[in-house]
Write a protein of this length. Sequence first.
Length: 202
Amino acid sequence: METLHKECIKKKKKKKKKKKKKKKKKKKKKKKKKKKKKKKKKKKKVLGVQSAVDYESRSSYSFSVEVLNPIVDPRFLRRGPFKDRASIRVAVLDADEPPRFSRARYHMDVSENCPPACTVGRVSAVDPDTGLTNNIRFSIDPQSDPEALFRITPDTGLITTAMELDRERDHWHNITVIATQRAQYPPAMHFAKRLSAPLIEP
């Protein structure tokens, strides 16, 4: 009986050892497979721009990209060339840009004691997306003209006086004109331009 019991114990130990060996082999195989998968993964390259692009000047770019395998086993050189080429076309999306004034700064002269509705000058702006000028609305920033001394025609950009101006009181006026694109959704973009108007003796 004792000998039978010992033999059973030995057999159980052998089975356990075999199971452990099998598990180790399986783990090794899994690790090898994972390594192979990692090696097989394709390398990704990201394309970028080196300078700013403008939709109005150019709406698309076309070029080709070539990939080359520089390390080739000499036994397979006859099967070459070991390279490939792909054609790429990049479309530039149109970004809505704010209106652009015709000048960086406006300087206008106004005569003292000029009656209301006296012409001061005119500003102009263009929509850089379309090249149009008839879709722009002009207004004066109320913070730059708290006394409402000036008026502007929304469609034409013509600036006039709203009342008589006194040179002894203020001999220089700085107002900000805002150009806004109309009929847009989301809300229209706007761009402000500072305008200086000194008073001169009549």
